[in-house]
Write a protein that binds this ligand. Structure first.
Ligand code: HPA
Length: 236
């Protein structure tokens, strides 16, 4: 039994959805899963196992940032996870993005030292599993969701004192910023398991460093749209 996920092999399904927020983990299990079992509550990092369309599936909270989420991704791999799907939010960086859009991160630049320390290679490029990204793109297009597919950036800072950071990330083509995907991609690649990060745009980040935040109602609608697709990708 690992230190933070107080579960045994077999308590989690091979396919695990990974939100940062424990409240969202409980919401996902209640709204999208059948036959739900609560498999972890340690440190309030709730985890649940159930079924989606008759297939086994789990959801496990990661907490915020690479150090917290890295512990959870590592322990999920120890417990037999074969596929990790991060379901979170991101700040949108490119022109033409709107609140509630879905972002699929094909790669996650590490603007945080934790994934690179784990990879032990300075220029390492944390990358999603192509098959999962392709499935997510196909399903999103079929659902009519507004979806953006491309590179994202994983930051160690939510509150960055430098007003030029958003423009610097945008110049390199990043679609959005979040705080966990590069850690997940690195650990999944080292362990030889699959992973993909899907995010709902919850903030719009301007070149001058200013931010605009989504309303609670828009966020819920955007997350629900993304979750239908994420559950299908998880069990595909
Ligand atoms: N920065 C980092 N992570 C985020 C943001 C952001 O603006 N919005 C949602 N996750």
């Amino acid at each position: 039994m690992p230190v933070h996920l107080r579960a045994e092999p077999g308590h989690y399904a091979p396919n695990v959805l990974c939100p940062g927020d424990p409240v969202r983990a409980t919401y996902i299990a209640q709204k999208f899963f059948d036959d739900v079992e609560h498999v972890n509550a340690e440190r309030g990092m709730h985890g649940y196992t159930g079924t989606f369309n008759g297939e086994p599936i789990s959801v496990q909270t990661t907490g915020m940032g690479c150090p917290s989420s890295g512990i959870v991704f590592e322990e999920l791999a120890m417990l037999g996870a074969q596929r990790l799907i991060r379901v979170g939010t991101c700040g949108g960086l490119q022109d033409g993005m709107t609140m509630g859009d879905t972002v699929i991160g094909v790669s996650a630049s590490a603007d945080d030292t934790t994934p690179l320390r784990y990879a032990d290679m300075a220029g390492y490029a944390p990358t999603a599993s192509f098959g999962l990204a392709a499935t997510a793109v196909t399903r999103s297009a079929a659902s009519g969701t507004n979806v953006h597919v491309g590179p994202i950036v994983t930051s160690g800072l939510f509150y960055d004192p430098d007003p030029n950071t958003f423009a610097r990330w945008k110049r390199l083509g990043h679609l959005g910023v979040e705080m966990e995907a590069a850690m997940m991609y690195t650990i999944a690649n080292v362990k030889g398991i699959e992973s993909l990060a899907m995010m709902t745009v919850s903030d719009l980040l301007a070149d001058d460093g200013s931010t605009e935040r989504i309303s609670d109602a828009e966020l819920k609608a955007g997350v629900d749209r993304m979750m239908e697709i994420a559950c299908e990708v998880a069990v595909s």
